[in-house]
Design a protein around this ligand. Structure first.
Ligand SMILES: C[S@@+](CC[C@H](N)C(=O)[O-])C[C@H]1O[C@@H](n2cnc3c(N)ncnc32)[C@H](O)[C@@H]1O
Length: 294
């Protein structure tokens, strides 16, 4: 029992935090520390009961404490990211349905979308492709920020697209957001003003070192060959054909970015800076990709 004798919010959060720290959990799927993870768990369950916002001295009902205890114990025993246990993850200030068929959203793309890709786009994109869309968070958040746009969510995994469909319906975007099962661009048609992609970019060596929480996510979403370069290189080789003349590709490659920068030294990558953390997203114009030397 983790939460014996818990009466109020502060006590509950302190005991949960201590249990998470004692179990040496890893935090990288929506929070980066045990206190925030504990707050997320308790706040979500309280919100689902339509309780008034909790204060540190709010007295908690015993059945809520029992439910928190159950999920906190599962978090420790299974090492599953909390988002899978809650079936909810936040991205761009929006809640998304998630389960183990998709990666937990955490991309620095959120900051770019919140800023409507300020300085990178000269006008609002009319057609947007989210390539390797997973549960659809990036493409759906784009559709919400650009209400005139049409968005295609493409992914190789039918399972991931089933989750994306839940999110498209959740936000009532069925008329503007299309789902395509596709090996990268293979089943994608037409041209796009903006392609956003957070593809798999983790190499085998890095994958083998990842904390257990990451191994709960679909391997297809993380791992790719050639030291994490295989899929990013395929995207760079094909993207130009699917971009309008003034189109823009934004491609995330996380910690693999220096390898990609070196492997495609012929391309004028613009590696973006982020105010709220994260790195490894580059911007490339269609014209730069068209003049590429290979
Ligand atoms: C890193 S996850 C990103 C998911 C989502 N965009 C996000 O940011 O949370 C990568 C996604 O790429 C998909 N994927 C892997 N290989 C693919 C391929 N060859 N073609 C299309 N999608 C692929 C996986 O199924 C997974 O959903």
């Amino acid at each position: 029992m983790l939460l014996i004798g818990v009466i109020n919010t502060q006590d509950c959060l302190e005991k949960m935090t201590a249990a998470f720290d004692g179990a040496k959990l890893f935090f990288g799927h929506g929070t980066d520390n045990s206190w925030d993870e504990a707050c997320w768990l308790l706040e979500t369950l309280a919100r689902r009961r339509a309780m008034a916002p909790l204060q540190l001295d709010s007295v908690l009902p015993a059945d809520l404490v029992a439910e928190v205890e159950q999920l906190a114990t599962l978090r420790i025993e299974t090492r599953k990211p909390l988002a899978y246990l809650l079936h909810e993850a936040w991205f761009c200030g929006l809640p998304f349905y998630v389960d183990e068929r998709v990666l937990v959203p955490r991309s620095p793309f959120a900051e770019l979308i919140n800023n409507r890709f300020e300085t990178l786009l000269s006008s609002a994109p009319r057609r947007i492709l989210d390539l390797c869309a997973g549960g659809g968070c990036i493409g759906i958040a784009c559709a919400m920020r650009f209400p005139e746009s049409e968005v295609v969510l493409a992914d190789l995994s039918a399972d991931a697209l089933a989750v994306a469909r839940v999110n498209v319906e959740k936000y009532g975007l069925g008329a503007r957001v299309q789902l395509v099962e596709s090996d990268l661009f293979a089943a994608v048609t037409g041209k796009f003003d903006l392609i956003v992609s957070n593809p798999p970019y983790v190499g085998a060596e890095e994958y083998a070192e990842l904390p257990s929480e990451y191994l709960r996510e679909p391997q297809l979403g993380l791992l790719t060959g050639n030291e994490g370069l295989e899929i990013p290189l395929r995207i760079l080789a094909q993207a130009a054909q699917f971009l309008t003349d003034n189109g823009l590709l934004l491609l995330e490659t996380g910690a693999t970015w220096p390898l990609l920068d070196e492997a495609r030294a012929d391309l004028p990558f613009l590696w973006l800076d982020f105010e709220f953390g994260g790195d490894g997203i580059c911007a490339l114009q269609a014209r730069d990709l068209r003049t590429q030397s290979r």
